[in-house]
Ligand binder design. Structure first.
Ligand SMILES: Cc1cc2nc3c(=O)[nH]c(=O)nc-3n(C[C@H](O)[C@H](O)[C@H](O)COP(=O)(O)OP(=O)(O)OC[C@H]3O[C@@H](n4cnc5c(N)ncnc54)[C@H](O)[C@@H]3O)c2cc1C
Length: 345
């Protein structure tokens, strides 16, 4: 494979697939995705929140039944494990199978877009007016050329690392998630706060007759904390079917968001640091940033300047989520909210 493209997108997740779908057909586009269709699902709660639903509506997309799982939920139960305070508020989430959702989004991409699965981005360098991108497919190294390189490669973006080398400064958590059967658990979306374990939160979500339980933790003793968390929430009578973990980023500073470099390399979705620091909701930001970059690429204007301008609204929204975090994660303020019965923040 050695071809010149207008745009090479690293990552065929929600942001990469959406960008590829929205770029003008006149442009040649290649998506490089390291997994194949059958690979294990991305570690995720698999909930489409109202903001992401709005974006799907804006795109005019209809979600097929095959990506949904049981049950669909209309409220959230939130618990403070220290004070035992609890609150129920209404919010409608779509409960999905994340792997099926990602595969569905990628299938919507226009036939003019080339998709290379099982292909890993390794590095890139500028050569004249283009960028030479080194990739690995089936153990073999190869090169592609492009005018524009987009990092849509998620929370551990290699494109971002190789372009900005700044990922180590973003606040990171290890999110551990298990599939379980049994235990004292409600068949609804529950969120847990416990300052003794984490300054972020934990969750349980029912999925097709089983439940997933997860939490975002920090520190060397994260595994021990996880065992405590399982006991606190589930009691002793449960069976753990599987357990996985991944990095989750929590962008707290404006500088954690990076969008572009030299009018040639661009970042979208979680690679850009676009994920809610209050809830870790990321799908709406993946869609919004992909939409913004596609509009900039299609506009024929200075892409870097235009994308920076368009992403200001996303950054402002994330700034407000950081303010919201102060209320959600300060024990006194949260308990006040619980007491006053303010239903949602
Ligand atoms: C535990 C957990 C639970 C979450 N739950 C939710 C939730 O319920 N709802 C929600 O809205 N958000 C949730 N999120 C956040 C959400 O998953 C992300 O924000 C969202 O997936 C970001 O989309 P993206 O396309 O930017 O990145 P990703 O979905 O991470 O996609 C990146 C893609 O790039 C590919 N890739 C990575 N590196 C390379 C490489 N070197 N070469 C080629 N391909 C590469 C990956 O295989 C992947 O397909 C959760 C996150 C975590 C960690």
């Amino acid at each position: 494979m050695y071809r010149m493209y207008d745009v090479v997108i690293v990552g065929g997740g929600p942001s990469g697939a959406t960008l590829a779908r929205l770029i003008d057909q006149s442009k040649s586009v290649l998506i490089i995705e390291k997994t194949d269709e059958k690979s294990i699902s991305k570690l995720c709660g698999g909930l489409i929140a109202p903001d992401a639903q709005r974006m799907l509506g804006k795109f005019g997309l209809f979600l097929p039944k095959k990506v949904l799982v049981d049950p669909q939920m209309f409220y959230v139960e939130s618990y403070d494990l220290e004070t035992k305070n609890k609150q129920r508020y209404q919010r409608f989430y779509l409960n999905i199978n994340r792997k099926d959702f990602d595969n569905w989004l990628l299938k919507l991409v226009d036939r003019n877009v080339s998709i290379s699965r099982n292909t890993k981005y390794l590095s890139h360098e500028y050569s004249g007016d283009s960028i030479t991108i080194q990739i690995e497919k089936n153990g073999k190294r190869d090169f592609v050329e492009s005018k524009i390189l987009v990092g849509a490669d998620g929370s551990q973006s290699q494109v971002r690392r190789k372009t900005f080398n700044d990922f180590r400064y973003i606040t990171k958590y290890i999110s551990i998630q298990s599939e379980i059967v049994g235990g004292v658990i409600l068949p609804c979306y529950e969120v847990y706060f416990d300052r003794g374990l984490t300054d972020f939160y934990g969750w349980t979500i029912p999925k097709n007759g089983t439940n997933i339980i997860g939490i975002a933790l920090q520190g060397k003793d994260a595994r021990e904390k996880y065992e405590r968390y399982l006991k606190n929430v589930l009691g002793n009578n449960f069976q753990e079917v599987s357990r996985r973990s991944t990095v989750i980023i929590r962008p707290r500073r404006l500088n954690d968001h990076k969008t572009d470099k030299d009018n040639r390399v661009f970042l979208i979705g979680e690679a850009a640091g676009f994920i809610s620091p209050s809830s870790a909701e990321g799908l709406s930001y993946a869609f919004r940033s992909a939409e913004a970059l596609a509009a900039s690429i299609n506009s024929g204007k200075n892409t870097g300047k235009d994308y920076r301008k368009r992403s200001l609204r996303i950054k402002f929204n994330l700034f407000m989520k950081n303010i919201k975090s102060i209320f959600m994660y300060t024990k006194f303020l949260r308990n006040l909210i619980f007491k006053l019965g303010i239903r949602k923040l």
